[in-house]
Design a protein around this ligand. Structure first.
Ligand SMILES: CCCCCCCC(=O)SCCNC(=O)CCNC(=O)[C@H](O)C(C)(C)COP(=O)(O)OP(=O)(O)OC[C@H]1O[C@@H](n2cnc3c(N)ncnc32)[C@H](O)[C@@H]1OP(=O)(O)O
Length: 206
């Protein structure tokens, strides 16, 4: 059995759907003046978030860190609960790791936004126990539309690319969550006595 990647060592940049190409009038992203300093861990935005929360036993427990500009890095260790095929990470969970990392970029912009489109390339299989090193940045902003890309490498932060994504996040108001979320969880999150945690559950500036 061979693990050889038929696309070769460096498959090069993929073709993207036009919806993920910023329009001509898009502008460069602007890091919020109160964004966490480069090197600072962002911490979970919501304890029950499957991507980053500590209260999800089988969640990804992804830890993202602010970098310079509008860029974050993150790590996710693939555990047995994350398998798709025997001993290999489920592709949907790898997409979740990319989505979560890309989503955390909005905290550097201090904008509330949700994923509208997420396009993922699965380049190499990712075995259980592997640490996926993620790196994401916002590339452009056009009105409510936030364009971003991410890669996930294995074997170290400079190792080969295993997954990558391009995404379009859409800015929303906090009402998006209040009007659409299940009332029990909305009430519980709003009742949190910790003001910063209450705000971050909905990704609002504390
Ligand atoms: C730290 C936080 C971590 C979070 C990490 C995880 C993030 C997530 O997974 S969020 C959960 C998954 N996403 C969702 O549930 C979103 C569900 N979708 C929605 O609620 C809506 O479709 C929403 C809000 C995205 C857009 O609806 P709405 O606000 O009415 O905007 P709408 O007017 O349709 O679109 C605005 C613009 O975005 C574009 N757009 C919207 N959706 C898409 C899409 N899927 N593809 C391409 N373009 C899109 C529209 O074409 C429009 O462009 P333009 O301004 O040029 O005409």
């Amino acid at each position: 059995m061979s693990n050889t990647n038929s696309r070769g060592a460096d498959p090069g940049p993929p073709a993207r759907s036009t919806a993920l190409t910023p329009p001509a009038d898009a502008t460069a992203p602007v890091r919020h003046p109160e964004a966490p300093a480069p090197g600072e861990l962002l911490g979970a935005h919501y304890g029950h978030c499957f991507g980053c929360g500590g209260e999800q036993p089988h969640g990804l427990h992804l830890a993202a860190r602010a970098e310079e500009g509008v860029r974050v890095t993150a790590e996710f260790t693939v555990r047995p609960a994350h398998q798709g095929a025997p001993g290999l990470a489920h592709g949907g969970l790898l997409a979740t790791a990319l989505d979560e990392t890309l989503g955390s970029l909005n905290w550097l912009l201090r904008v509330i936004a949700v994923t509208g489109k997420l396009e993922t390339d699965f380049v190499r299989p990712v075995p259980v126990d592997t640490v996926l090193h993620l790196d994401a940045e916002v590339t452009a902003v056009a009105g409510r539309k936030i364009y971003s890309t991410a890669t996930g490498r294995i074997g170290g932060p400079d190792g080969p690319v295993a997954v990558r994504a391009a995404a379009l996040f859409i800015e929303v108001k906090v009402d998006h969550f209040i009007e659409n979320g299940r009332p029990a969880e909305i009430r519980a999150a709003m009742a949190d006595p910790d003001r910063a945690r209450r705000a971050r559950a909905f990704e609002v500036n504390p």
